[in-house]
Design a protein around this ligand. Structure first.
Ligand SMILES: [Zn+2]
Length: 342
């Protein structure tokens, strides 16, 4: 089985974006803004938006199941206040839940949280709990920078975030550490801000002892871990200077990297540097990079090809990257698959 742990609903019907635009236009006069009930999208529209996009590509590329969350760049937690984000997150999560119920063998949800800059993360817990308990979601996306590129919140190792971690541990769900759109012109959203955040999240964990407090907490760092695998020697050396344990003991029981790296040499490096047990198959399709690589003739985000071609991976390694590791990192996914006889 091939599980893609990183998919977003980037192809939602346009009514969703129209609703969001009306919400944003009425930020200063929320009473004039749209009600949640004014967003109407039929099952037929949902089905078409998936069948002609993600599902078609999953079938072409041979992946079976995608962990599916709301469009990351549209989370835009910096817009408005907690109420703005709460209404928006609930709508976006509900759509992913509906997609998962329309295509239960192909999609399973991961929740966007209603984060807002400067707001206690505890406020996100009711939505988190609803998504896991009611919708059957198996993970969350946690944004370490709800300011959108200005980094105003404390690091992920700070007690500020502990209420979320306590709930994650209680519910046994991992978090993908995933920022949203950048409203800082210095940082391109998907080319700089995402990769910066991946690297930053890893370093925040390296300098702290978060996983001593939460030995079972799990983070998935997307986009191949940003700069982390490429600079593994730097991180090992820094950990040594800081008198931290070896990275495999300090971080690798808790941190995992996905394979959203869009060329063969990048995947080869990831697979050589990072232990196979810490690599999860993902494509982030249809997402940040949608074109065809003229050097190969294949889509950049057709990441399965790179895994297949990576010279130092065995068939057993590939099975762990495609399925085994995901079932370990996402226990609720494993339980859902077992319940379906997988
Ligand atoms: Zn993503």
């Amino acid at each position: 089985m091939i599980i893609d742990c990183h998919g977003h609903y980037t192809t939602a019907p346009k009514a969703l974006e129209d609703w969001r635009n009306r919400q944003i236009a009425a930020l200063n006069h929320p009473a004039q803004g749209p009600k949640a009930s004014e967003l109407r999208i039929s099952d037929e529209e949902l089905r078409e938006s998936i069948e002609t996009n993600q599902l078609r590509k999953m079938r072409e590329r041979g992946s079976d199941l995608t962990i599916f969350s709301p469009r990351a760049s549209f989370m835009a937690h910096h817009i408005g206040n907690f109420e703005t984000s709460a209404t928006w997150a609930a709508l976006c999560n509900e759509l992913c839940a509906r997609v998962a119920s329309l295509f239960p063998d192909c999609f399973i949800g991961a929740a966007m949280l209603p984060q807002s800059p400067g707001i206690d993360p505890r406020t996100s817990i009711p939505e988190l709990e609803k998504c896991v308990r009611q919708y059957g979601f198996v993970a969350i996306n946690l944004n370490p920078d709800p300011s959108g590129g200005h980094w105003k919140e404390p690091p992920l190792s700070d007690r500020h975030w502990y209420p979320i971690y306590e709930k994650m541990v209680e519910l046994d769900v991992p978090a993908m550490i995933h920022v949203s759109t950048s409203c800082n012109p210095c940082f391109h959203t998907t080319g700089a801000h995402y990769l910066n955040a991946d690297t930053t999240a890893f370093m925040q964990c390296l300098t702290a002892d978060l996983f001593k407090d939460f030995p079972t907490l799990k983070f998935v760092i997307p986009h191949g871990g940003g700069a982390v695998p490429y600079h593994w020697g730097r991180f090992r050396g820094l950990a040594q200077e800081l008198k931290k344990p070896l990275l495999k003991d300090h971080l690798l029981n808790n941190i995992f990297f996905d394979t959203c790296v869009y060329h063969q040499p990048g995947i080869d490096l990831l697979a050589r540097v990072i232990p196979v047990d810490n690599i999860l198959f993902a494509s982030e399709m249809i997402g940040a990079v949608r074109g065809i690589d003229p050097e190969t003739g294949f889509y950049y985000d057709d990441t399965r090809r790179y895994i297949e071609a990576a010279p130092n991976l065995s068939a057993v390694d590939r099975a762990r990257i495609y399925e085994g590791n995901a079932r370990r990192v996402y226990p609720r996914l494993d339980a859902a698959l077992k319940a379906r006889g997988h």
